[in-house]
Write a protein that binds this ligand. Structure first.
Ligand SMILES: [Zn+2]
Length: 185
């Protein structure tokens, strides 16, 4: 998994793929030939929430996705906040709901986007009002919701199982495709 970095953020020299010995083994990474800055490309933590609202599961559809896929509330952690604060903030920003109770479901890899998902169950109250990032939401009974075979879908499945509901997975699921960037005219 590589990135689009081309220049060193410290000294603006063009980056190159350079092999160095790290912890006793050769490792090729994108590095700066001038100042030795290294692009570690570590996975980014992403927070996710199985939002329980009025006794149902709230899934939302992202405005940036082409397909009609309803998913968990997710977002990146901000500097200076705890995971609990981060997921409470994301839920508030995206749905206007207040998380009254948070419980860690688990941690999941999401290698397609070089992320690691920290997933919570969040019991929420308030009035739903979606941010512009989301176009729609749906409420699902625990035994009606369908999981998807990908990071956050496994978190949903694990939570359902832990609360006594055998998870059911979608068939022929396709990962959501972001809309192509608009071509400037
Ligand atoms: Zn540099």
């Amino acid at each position: 998994m590589d990135s689009n970095y081309r220049f060193c953020p410290a000294c603006a020299t063009s980056l190159a793929r350079i092999t160095l010995i790290e912890e006793g083994a050769e490792k090729e990474r994108l590095r700066c030939p001038s100042c030795n800055w290294t692009h570690w490309n570590n996975p980014t933590p992403v927070l996710a929430a199985v939002v329980e609202y009025q006794g149902q599961i709230l899934l939302a559809r992202n405005a940036a996705w082409q397909n009609k896929f309803y998913a968990l509330i997710t977002g990146f952690m901000e500097a200076g906040e705890t995971p609990h604060q981060g997921i409470s903030r994301e839920i508030k920003e995206e749905t206007n709901l207040d998380a009254q109770e948070l419980q860690l479901i688990g941690v999941y890899d999401f290698q397609r986007r070089n992320q690691v998902i920290i997933a919570y169950h969040a019991r929420c109250v308030g009035e739903v009002s979606l941010s512009p990032e989301l176009v729609d939401y749906k409420l699902y009974a625990f035994d009606q919701v369908r999981c998807w075979p990908s990071g956050t879908g496994f978190a949903l499945a694990d939570w359902l199982r832990s609360s006594g509901h055998e998870p059911q997975f979608m068939e022929n699921w396709q990962p959501p495709q972001p809309r192509a960037p608009e071509v400037a005219s």
